[in-house]
Design a protein around this ligand. Structure first.
Ligand code: MF3
Ligand code: CO
Ligand code: CO
Length: 278
């Protein structure tokens, strides 16, 4: 049922109804783009303090992506106008940078994608503003664990359902819920490609993982119910019950023995607290 194709220079750079298998050049390209995005997520950590606006963070991100010789692909993507998505507190994803200031105790996700030579490095992390209540910090910690438990399942012979299952199991063990309305995705020369990567599911179900697959894992976990709604700006997704939501995202590639994470933090800032600023 699932079809796979080996990507060649002739493969159309568009979303296709097949799973693309990429070669070593793709992994090299993803490493470069992924490391630029990850380094910028490191650099922005020091700016996340009470009183800063999310627009100021987005300006820094756009400037940094361009200074690295990369493209801030979110700008103009389906009409989106900013380099980053910045999702604060009960915003699940696709928060639009604006003039609102961050406040002590806020938690936020910053999601960025840098493109280099066509390769998309897509990654996001959570940040804490000053001292954050324990309930929110725990959500952030468990969400990071969910991402990494999903990544542990990313190896040849396993199925996409093994990833979703590991994430869902851990989230629900902590009585959190997994957002169903957004998925991880194939990535590479196309930003949002096949396959859809569900963050819930059953072990052994879904497409088999094969070396050369490149995709994101980006679980969104809510303290309350999983339901989301989209605000009138047509982008901002919030929890219906206004409970806190958290997300982390890596772009990864399946290897012969497991996977490579393209978007690991060069500074070791995998999850907060990121030292001094927090
Ligand atoms: N980076 C997001 C993702 O993880 C997509 C953002 S699209 C935008 O897939 F247009 F909102 F920027
Ligand atoms: Co993504
Ligand atoms: Co992203």
């Amino acid at each position: 049922m699932t079809r796979y194709i080996d990507v060649t220079p002739d493969t159309p750079r568009e979303r296709m109804n097949v799973i693309k298998l990429y070669g070593p050049d793709a992994f090299a390209g993803m490493r470069v783009a992924g490391q630029i995005s990850a380094r910028i997520l490191d650099d922005v950590a020091g700016l996340v303090v009470p009183g800063v606006t999310t627009t100021a963070l987005d300006d820094f991100i756009r400037t940094s992506i361009e200074a690295a010789g990369a493209t801030a692909i979110n700008i103009g993507y389906n009409g989106y106008a900013h380099a980053s998505c910045i999702s604060v507190n009960h915003v699940v994803c696709h928060g639009i940078p604006g003039d609102k200031m961050l406040h002590e105790g806020d938690i936020l996700n910053i999601d960025i994608t840098s493109v280099v030579d066509g390769w998309h490095g897509d990654t996001s992390r959570m940040y804490l503003v000053g001292t954050v209540p324990i309930k929110a910090r725990k959500l952030v910690d468990v969400t990071y664990e969910c991402l990494m438990l999903g990544i542990e399942q990313a190896k040849p012979g396993n199925h996409l359902g093994d990833i979703g299952h590991a994430i869902q199991r851990h989230a629900e063990k902590h009585r959190y819920s997994v957002v169903r309305d957004f998925v991880g995705h194939g990535v590479g020369l196309v930003y949002h490609d096949q396959p859809d990567v569900y963050h819930y599911g059953r072990a052994g179900q879904g497409p088999e993982l094969k070396p050369g697959m490149i995709f994101t894992i980006e679980p969104m976990i809510n303290i309350g119910k999983p339901g989301v709604k989209i605000l009138d700006d047509d982008w901002t997704a919030v929890t219906r019950d206004r409970s806190l939501s958290a997300q982390f995202e890596h772009s990864i590639g399946i290897t012969e023995t497991g996977c490579e994470i393209f978007t690991t933090s060069p500074g070791g800032l995998h999850r907060p607290p990121y030292a001094a600023a927090s």
